[in-house]
Write a new protein. Structure first.
Length: 219
């Protein structure tokens, strides 16, 4: 069993509205990261094929912002997207894809680690496929974030692919490895966009609590 203390938001504000989302640049090394734009940025990480690119596209209401592929492991760089010209969404490389050389997997891990330990203030969303028991790579990522004392939230993806009965059964099994309360996690479907408002609300509140310059109720 593994447990941590999740970031809690005290003051809830209005829902964030994304009116503009743009790809800015890709990077591997910290020297190539863009200039810090706001007091906090949001990084998304997860296993290959967990639906990370689809979720980012759903979240921003853009069909082609983050590149999606049926071939796992396509995201090899750190991709930075500017949102409303005010803060970044950061798409980290997927991990855990077996059909790549070990040297390449090691490099991807180093790319993620460099970003994680950088001094940029960040909130990390860890994406887990709700249909799968968290893998050792998933657990390692959670322990890694905890070790570096980084705030994070879990997003369970692909919730449209299971029934409510299956959801409760699967969560019971997942809780054998990760202890959490429902308010500590999000449930998301990139197909129906269910869960989108909850994630955007949390991002808005996080920015405000961190002192970011975000317009309330952006239209």
């Amino acid at each position: 069993m593994w447990k941590r203390s999740y970031l809690q938001i005290k003051n809830k504000g209005e829902l964030m509205r994304i009116k503009r989302a743009d790809y800015l640049k890709s990077a591997v090394y910290e020297k190539d990261y863009p200039e810090i734009l706001n007091s906090v940025e949001f990084a998304f990480v997860g296993r290959s094929n967990v639906g990370k690119s689809s979720l980012i596209n759903s979240l921003t209401s853009r069909t082609k912002l983050a590149r999606t592929s049926k071939t796992p492991g396509r995201t090899q760089l750190i991709n930075f997207f500017t949102i409303n010209q005010e803060f970044y969404i950061v798409d980290l490389p997927g991990y855990g894809f077996a059909k790549v050389p070990k040297a390449m997997k090691k490099e991807w891990g180093s790319t993620i680690e460099r970003y994680i330990i950088s001094k940029r203030k960040k909130l990390v969303f860890v994406l887990l496929d709700i249909r799968r028991i968290p893998s050792e790579e998933d657990m390692e990522m959670l322990r890694w974030l905890d070790f570096h004392e980084l705030p994070f939230k879990i997003i369970f993806t692909k919730t449209d692919k299971i029934s409510n009965n299956e959801k409760f059964r699967l969560l019971k099994d997942i809780r054998k490895k990760i202890e959490f309360h429902n308010e500590d996690v999000f449930f998301y479907s990139s197909l129906s966009h269910k869960g989108r408002e909850e994630v955007l609300q949390f991002m808005e509140d996080t920015l405000k609590e961190a002192g970011g310059n975000v317009d309330e109720g952006i239209k």
